[in-house]
Design a binder for this molecule. Sequence first.
Ligand SMILES: C[S@@+](CC[C@H](N)C(=O)[O-])C[C@H]1O[C@@H](n2cnc3c(N)ncnc32)[C@H](O)[C@@H]1O
Length: 274
Amino acid sequence: MAATDLTPDEFGFISTLLKDRSGLALTPDKGYLLETRLQPIARTHGLTDVKALIAKLRTAPPAALVHEVIESMTTNESMFFRDTKPFDHLSKVVFPALKAAGKSRIRIWSAACSTGQEPYSIAMTIKEEAAKYPGLQAEIYATDLAEKVLERSRSGIYSQFEVQRGLPIMLLMKYFKQVPGNMWQLNADIKSMVTFAPGNLLGSFASMGKFDIIFCRNVLIYFDEKAKADVMNRIATILNPPGYLFLGGAESTIGLTQKLVPMGDHRGLFTLGV
Ligand SMILES: C[S@@+](CC[C@H](N)C(=O)[O-])C[C@H]1O[C@@H](n2cnc3c(N)ncnc32)[C@H](O)[C@@H]1O
């Protein structure tokens, strides 16, 4: 059965579930994604196909099954120093500005951290810049909806392929050691700079406190405009002024909120509006 065989009612049910629980806006042309991601779950649970899985989801399903379905539909692609520029902006624009503002303690949130490359790239950037900021205390909090990626993040172990994507060789040599299986283990010093926790961008941010810098990269592209604007507006409420938000290369606050405005030429970097 192809997912395109789903009735409009079945497709409507599953897309509403995903949108309500994770923000994912699934367009009808993405039916094949449902098939490839949900078929293995159906099989594991002894169900004949995706239709049967959807039927089960409609009748008071166990919370774990719902989470498994939601998690299976996430896209967890990530890499060290993704797009390079944000990390240049961090060291050349944001850190100097926070120093000029007299901040010696900063809190950073990696809001959809996937397998950890983003928060660990932030941690390595801080380490590399540390000499310029004596006494700087930085806390990095990293969250994701998907539990499987958080487990991987916490391990700090990456494949040869993963460390070859975006990570400068000098930093690989400095902060990783090779372990059996052609894998690379991040050193304890960098690992200890990051705290990982589950977190859904659709949920309340109230318990997390405030941040000076937020990375929310390459996740809002999967949301519809209303959900994007809602997350951005709530992010603005937990940023300490001047407040810095990093979005992905294809993402912007323009047309969605005036609470966060682009920072001139610094593509992908936004700050609190006046
Ligand atoms: C493509 S990855 C981006 C990772 C990293 N920020 C980067 O730019 O490389 C998107 C991540 O967003 C997570 N995600 C999706 N919906 C989410 C939500 N509602 N709340 C928190 N994380 C979510 C996914 O699990 C996935 O790990």
